[in-house]
Design a protein around this ligand. Structure first.
Ligand code: BGC
Length: 575
């Protein structure tokens, strides 16, 4: 890309309405210094790979200093880079070099909680009960004799109580603090204006360095009902059902505070709108049901985009897929926002594995997700057998479906290589806090975070070296699946992504806009048209669907010369 064309692409203020954003999980992406841990220099070295892939932007999961109690979502300094990953100067270089290639850079904002090593939390511990420092967090006295019971019955997302008791300097038990996630992730008190001011300043710190946007971690969680009421007890856990996100829940999507926080951030981003880089944006991470609640997050003046997790959760059937796509189009259009499609991320099983399981996701009717699926967690999939060949065939078709839908898309690192979930990591390698907090029952999310295989015949596949083994072991079955192997194979997963992304960029029908369903296909074949002259067809059934005479194959997830769309295949046509 010439400097001129890179500049032209970067000056598009509405880039986020159609961008394809590649998620980099920095610990596992690319390891430049061979210590077995990915780093910012590794990302810089792979910018040409990303530009060749054809994405528009990258989103880097947390790269901040952190004791890594939750993979970096426990931030101890919001204005620096973890020493394992490099320095602030490396981050500046990454942003500049990405921009020089026309690639935008988004980073993670973790506003609900910090690390227990954050200096403000350390000061709060030292300052003691009743201090202004403790008002920045949720410190409370316990209940019962000697405050021995937590202040309420909420259960942490990673298991156990949502409260941890601290001790005073003499080691005597003292107050409790709230942590929605790990015990080492104390929640900020957003009712305190100093917290909101601090986050405005963090946003400006990174916007001033040229960052194009933020992915907002648990964007529905920052506000809490200050009365911290007990919740109805779930008999299976004995805790209050705090994972339940019913409207009116005291810790999720609390009104109107959540909305005010979003609008405040939007005002900060909009201050930068006239800069050379154009619009700075937010994508919200929130699992909310029904979709109307989620879409309220992208009303005018609020956040720009929000991950459409219904589509990520959706099973591989034509009915559920069409229902989710239609609900997404209808609800997003009503507020003038584009839909943001996503097939997987660092918290969910790899798509190639999930689509090879006997259950591929959740059932959606025209009215939304079936109620019995609401409480289902990701570890539901862990014990099921998997047919990876089937999963990969579907993952290829799903990629073409996703990239043809109106709006923007996110691609999780490694999905472009068709990587599978590493479900058999040795127990002593597991790092996700869920493993220990669940009493070693739930393995957690490490299986989708295994370092990328770049090259070579055997592990560590170009990741790590003399200075260290990869921080999570890679399976030997990835031999032949490295980026280098796939680059030279026209039929590879990687080259399917490259072809699709190149076509998406060149084809005016793709990106932002709308679609029209074609009703002339059998029930198990989904087909839609986008103007001008584009058709996407996905075959969920077993009977091959014949490509009509006169249509030209642009991209095919299977054999482009076959004249048909086979079972679990998809095609893009020029019509
Ligand atoms: C992130 C997770 C993280 C959690 C707490 C999420 O939704 O994606 O990886 O554990 O927030 O920060």
């Amino acid at each position: 890309m010439t400097p001129e064309s890179a500049r032209t692409r970067l000056s598009d203020h509405d880039w986020w309405r159609s961008a394809v954003v590649y998620q980099v999980y920095p610990r596992s992406f690319a390891d430049a210094n061979g210590d077995g841990i990915g780093d910012v220099r590794g990302i810089i070295d792979r910018l040409d790979y990303l530009a060749d892939l054809g994405v528009d932007a990258i989103w880097v999961s947390p790269w901040y200093p952190s004791p890594l109690a939750d993979g970096g979502y426990d931030v101890s300094d919001y204005r620096d880079i973890h020493p394992d990953f490099g320095t602030l100067a490396d981050a500046d270089e990454l942003i500049a070099k990405a921009h020089a290639r026309g690639l935008r850079v988004m980073i993670d904002l973790v506003p609900n909680h910090c690390s227990d090593e954050h200096p403000w939390f350390q000061k709060a511990l030292a300052a003691g009960p009743g201090s202004a420092e403790r008002e920045l967090f949720w410190f409370r006295d316990g209940r019962g004799d000697d405050s021995a019971e937590p202040p309420n019955n909420w259960e942490a997302l990673f298991g156990g109580p949502m409260w941890e008791r601290v001790t005073d300097p003499e080691g005597r038990p003292e107050q409790w603090y709230l942590h929605m996630f790990d015990v080492r992730q104390p929640d900020w008190n957003w009712d305190n204006p100093a917290v909101a001011d601090e986050f405005d300043s963090v946003l400006r710190f990174w916007f001033d360095r040229g960052v194009d946007g933020f992915r907002v971690d648990v964007a529905d969680s920052m506000a809490k009902d200050p009365s911290l009421p007990d919740l109805p007890v779930d008999p299976t856990t004995g805790f209050g059902t705090s994972k339940n996100k019913e409207p009116g829940a005291p810790l999720w999507d609390v009104h109107p505070q959540i909305e005010q926080i979003h609008r405040r951030w939007r005002t900060v981003a909009d201050e930068y709108a006239d800069s050379e880089l154009g619009g700075r944006v937010f994508v919200s991470e929130a699992y909310l049901d029904p979709i109307e609640r989620l879409v309220s997050y992208v009303e005018p003046g609020r956040l720009h985009t929000t991950f459409n997790f219904d589509h990520l959760l959706c099973e591989w059937t034509p009915e559920s897929q069409r229902n989710v796509i239609d609900a997404s189009r209808r609800t997003h259009a009503a507020v003038g926002a584009p839909t943001t499609w996503v097939l997987s991320n660092h918290d969910t099983p790899r798509v190639a594995t999930r689509f090879g399981k006997p259950e591929t996701g959740r059932t959606f009717t025209a009215d939304g997700m079936l109620p019995e699926h609401l409480g289902r967690e990701w570890h539901h999939y862990a014990g099921m057998p998997v047919d990876l060949e089937l999963g990969r065939r579907r993952a290829r078709a799903a990629a073409l479906l996703e990239l043809a839908l109106p709006g923007g898309c996110y691609v999780y690192q490694g999905d472009e290589l068709g990587l599978d979930e590493v479900e058999d990591l040795p127990e002593d390698a597991l790092q996700d806090p869920t493993w220990e907090r669940s009493g070693r029952l739930i393995r957690g999310r490490d299986g989708c975070r295994v370092p990328m295989p770049w090259e070579g015949e055997q592990a560590p596949f170009g990741f790590g070296g003399d200075a260290g083994e990869p921080w999570l072991p890679q399976p030997e079955r990835w031999a032949g699946r490295t980026a280098a192997d796939q680059a030279g194979d026209p039929g590879s997963h990687l080259n399917l992504y490259r072809r699709a992304l190149a076509e998406r960029r060149a084809n005016p029908a793709l990106g932002d806009g709308d679609l029209t369903w074609d009703e002339d296909t059998p029930a198990d074949v989904l087909s839609f048209t986008r103007e001008p002259g584009f058709r996407c067809v996905v075959n969920f059934g077993s009977t091959p669907w014949e490509i009509p005479a006169g249509a030209t194959v642009l991209v095919h997830s299977g054999d482009a010369t076959s004249g048909v769309v086979g079972s679990d295949e998809a095609v893009w046509l020029k019509v």
